[in-house]
Design a binder for this molecule. Structure first.
Ligand SMILES: Cc1cc2nc3c(=O)[nH]c(=O)nc-3n(C[C@H](O)[C@H](O)[C@H](O)COP(=O)(O)OP(=O)(O)OC[C@H]3O[C@@H](n4cnc5c(N)ncnc54)[C@H](O)[C@@H]3O)c2cc1C
Length: 401
């Protein structure tokens, strides 16, 4: 069978499953949980996943067809409440989980009955996440975890967390890590809000005090944590920056809309808008090409290109938006009380002035722009790597403050 035949066969299967799903579950009269559950069972959650795990084992390029069709008929979509579940936990569990773990976690993740968060960053380990210090010590069939995580998006709504902890401090930093699924409702887990520049607290700090995790909730082998982390991070970058919206939609649409309302239009601002529109279109086409070339499996370093481009573009677009608003751009649209939203505001709030402030985080979250440039330089362009003096030292001997 040629690749084209495989895509055609896959497309026919996807179309017939869509038809069956919509015939049996009217999107207008089903609850989100009911509809999303049926969608998962039909293999239309993530079409490239295997049958039984929410997919049909077909080309991932066909996912766009499912999303478009379901959006067109107004089918329930709760993905914004579970961005980390959809973008990172699901592909990580698929690759590194056991059959039992896939069966336990994937369906309620997709229906958003169980929200997920990502517990990687620590006060002393962000960009250098492999240097983290939270400890997990084995005790029979359980692990006992102590430590602190930070910037944990949606930890306050999450049922499960993707946790990476140090299980052997005497090995070099990348080799002494193990990856767990932690119950965020377990005794000893404390979640405290952290307020952002927008006034909201999407993220939190999370403290672990003698938290017990059954060994059955370990993902992959003891000491293989870095391999699992890499899968999560590669998927995170694609989830953040790899979307293919329709032309002239998303952030650039906000800028064009505001431009049309400006009475005193300056040629300088028009040139800024034009340049940003072109960059948005180039980014969209680049992501489209990457999506067509992508095969099922963990994405490669090209996700860092998308993440870098998207973050820098968003920041510039919303700078232009507030500039175009003039003095109105300096006013804040809400009361500036601290809210703890039940979804990530990554794609913006209700008002562009809020989105402008939120966009400042785009070049930090999911890996900073400097780190994306390092990955791009080393892994895509093949430039010499930066010096890594602590790479082979046992973690316990690495000097730290
Ligand atoms: C809105 C938001 C949501 C987040 N959500 C989560 C989450 O859910 N879970 C989670 O685990 N984390 C989350 N993070 C944390 C995020 O991943 C880290 O903030 C990020 O990786 C940077 O780490 P750091 O803040 O410790 O900065 P540092 O690593 O201390 O970096 C400080 C500065 O130094 C630069 N720098 C560091 N190392 C290098 C280098 N080798 N070369 C060049 N420059 C370098 C950085 O680019 C940055 O400018 C979130 C962050 C934000 C802003």
């Amino acid at each position: 069978m040629t690749v084209t035949d495989a895509v055609d066969t896959g497309e026919a299967l996807v179309r017939s499953r869509l038809q069956e799903l919509l015939a049996a579950h009217d999107p207008a009269h089903s609850t989100p949980v009911e509809f999303l559950g049926a969608r998962f069972d039909a293999g239309l959650a993530w079409v490239s996943f295997p049958e039984g795990s929410g997919g049909l084992g077909v080309n991932p390029g066909l996912q766009g067809l499912v999303e478009r069709e379901l959006r067109r008929v107004g089918a329930p979509d709760e993905s914004e409440r579970n961005v980390i579940g959809y973008g990172m936990a699901a592909p990580t569990i698929l690759v590194h989980g056991t059959e039992e773990q896939r069966a336990r976690y994937l369906r309620p993740l997709f229906t958003c009955e169980e929200v997920w968060c990502q517990l990687f960053s620590e006060p002393g380990a962000g960009s250098d996440v492999a240097g983290l210090g939270s400890r997990a010590v084995r005790d029979g069939d359980e692990w006992v975890v102590n430590g602190q995580k930070v910037w944990t998006t949606l930890a306050h709504t999450a049922r499960w967390g993707l946790l990476v902890a140090r299980t052997d401090p005497d090995l070099p930093k990348h080799r002494g890590l193990t990856y767990f699924v932690v119950d965020m409702l377990a005794p000893g887990v404390e979640v405290r809000p952290l307020r952002q520049i927008t006034g909201d607290a999407e993220f939190n700090e999370v403290f672990f005090t003698d938290v017990r995790i059954p060994d059955a909730q370990r993902l992959d082998a003891v000491g293989a944590g870095w391999r699992v982390v890499t899968t999560t991070l590669m998927n995170e970058r694609v989830a953040i920056g790899g979307g293919v919206p329709s032309r002239s939609s998303g952030p650039i649409h906000d800028a064009v809309r505001i431009w049309h309302g400006v009475t005193d239009k300056s040629p300088v601002q028009r040139e800024r808008l034009m340049a940003l529109w072109v960059r948005a279109e180039v980014g969209r086409l680049t992501n489209m090409r990457a999506r067509e070339l992508r095969r099922a499996g963990t994405p490669g370093p090209e996700g860092s290109v998308a993440k870098l481009m998207g973050a820098e573009l968003n920041k510039h677009v919303y700078e232009l938006c507030v500039d175009l608003l003039g003095m109105t751009g300096t006013l804040y649209p809400t009361d500036y009380e601290m809210h703890r939203p039940d979804r990530s505001l990554f794609s913006g709030g209700a008002d562009v002035r809020m989105t402008f402030l939120r966009s400042r985080a785009n070049s930090i979250e999911g890996g900073t722009s400097e780190i994306m440039r390092n990955i791009l330089g080393e892994r895509v362009l093949g430039l010499p790597g930066e010096p890594r003096a602590d790479k082979d030292l046992p973690w316990s001997q690495v000097p730290r403050s």
